[in-house]
Each structure stands twice: as C-alpha cells, then as structure tokens.
Design a protein around this ligand. Structure first.
Ligand code: PEP
Length: 247
C-alpha cells in the first residue's frame, strides 16, 4: 500500500518572514499522520521554515539543486547544503525549469543521481505540452522523459524517488486534467517503470499528479489507482492547502 504524498511547491513566492508566517499558519491544520506532507520552499526560506515546523509532521523540500558537490558555481546550491539545512526532498525537472532555464533530460538525470547520492528524495517531474497532447504523443513523450530521468539508476535507488506527472497546460492555469486523463498517464508511467525495473519496483514508487489541484478536485484525483497524491502550486500558499492534505 503506497502512502499518499501531498507536496506544496511554493515556487518564487514568500520572503523569509512571509514564509515563516505561512508555515506557522498551516502547520496545525496539516497535521495528518496518514500522508507525507512536504513544503517545497525557495532556498532562502529553507532555514527559517525548517525551524518553524520543527516537531511537526511536515517535511521540507527544496525546489532545485545543482549537480556538483561544491566550488565555483556562483548562485547554485548543493545537495550537501540542503541536507545540512534539514531538507529531505527536492523537486527536480519542474517544467518551469525545463522551459525557462533550458534544463535537459541529461542534466536532470545528473541532478537525480546527485540527490540520491546524498539521500535526498527527488520529486521527479514530467509532463507534456498542450501541443503534444493534441498531437496524441503524450504517453510516448512521457515514457522518454521517464527513461531519461532514470537512466543508470538502480531499482533500489528508484524506490527512494517520487514522480510527479504535471501536464504543462494544467499548471497554474486553473485547467485541471480530468481524473481519466491523469490516471491514464500515471498508470502508463507505472508501466514504464515496470519495463525499466520490474513489477514490484513499479508498484512501490509513488506517482503524484500536479496541475491546478485544489480542495474540490483533490479527493477524486487521489482516489485513482495510480495517483498517490499531489504536487500543488498555487493552492499550497493558501489555507486551502490544509483541505487538500485532509482530502
Ligand atoms: C506546480 O507548479 O507544480 C503546480 C502544479 O502548480 P499549480 O498547482 O498552481 O497548477
């Protein structure tokens, strides 16, 4: 039985003081021991938010990290820094990073490996554009993304990863995928994992849906056989996030 994960992606929102206030406002209301609750926050907010949620069920994730250990990479953050600051998860390959910062499948594969090396749980994002969906190539495109992301990663390590299926046309648009569309792709990703690894590994890896999840659509989405929770953008910054966690 896969445990549900509800992760918030704060993106580039919340100054450190705003972040602490939001964490304090949310923490009592997301105290659900039946799900993994993760706040993925901007790098500068990590240290104060880790402090603010101490003693609660909330885990802290980063939104990005770099592939090298340390050194002359001005502006970047290493896996080691994240771990030392109290981070347990890291979003890798969000479509905004793929599109706005030109992060390639090969580069993201290196990030996933580096995260695993440091025992950070990568939340590996994948998802198609509207054009790809309309062309009918969603499942093959995502299969290629998954294959590239997990290239050279053992099944044992893959078990310590989470996948987030996020159709790009549904992110921040208020246009949620239908439960059938979301379940179809998440089931297909599980098949992809079975082909790469084996049925048991595929059965255990958690696959989230992301894209305009809110308090009214969460329960139906999360009830699907292959959807193990959500990666939530906009609604993770609001009191509504508690209703999603307690769907
Ligand atoms: C996201 O950014 O990962 C996301 C799913 O955003 P939203 O929930 O706002 O669509």
């Amino acid at each position: 039985m896969r445990r549900k994960v509800i992760a918030g992606n704060w993106k580039m929102n919340m100054t450190p003081s705003e972040a602490v206030k939001l964490a304090n406002d949310l923490k009592g209301n997301v105290a659900n021991d039946n799900v993994d609750v993760i706040f993925c926050v901007p790098a500068i907010d990590i240290v104060p938010v880790v402090e603010a949620v101490k003693g609660t069920n909330i885990k802290i994730g980063a939104e990005n990290m770099y592939i090298e250990e340390k050194g002359a990479y001005t502006g970047e953050i290493s896996a080691n820094m994240l771990v030392d600051a109290g981070v347990s998860h890291v979003i890798i390959g969000h479509s905004e990073r793929r599109q706005l910062f030109n992060e390639s499948d090969e580069f993201l594969n290196k990030k996933i490996k580096k995260a695993i090396e440091h025992k950070l749980i990568p939340i590996v994002c994948c998802g198609e554009t509207l054009e790809q969906r309309e062309e009918g190539i969603t499942l093959t495109f995502i299969k290629d993304q998954i294959k590239a992301a997990y290239e050279g990663i053992s099944s044992e390590d893959a078990l310590n990863t989470i996948i987030a299926y996020e159709p790009i046309w549904a992110i921040g648009t208020g246009k949620v995928a239908t439960t059938e569309q979301a379940e179809e792709v998440c089931a297909s990703i599980r098949k992809n994992l079975e082909e790469i690894y084996d049925a048991k590994t595929a059965e255990e890896i958690r696959i989230l849906y992301g894209g305009s999840v809110n308090a009214s659509n969460a329960a139906e989405l999360f009830a699907q056989n292959n959807i193990d929770g959500g990666l939530v953008g906009g609604a993770s910054l609001k009191p509504e996030f508690a209703n999603i966690v307690n769907y």
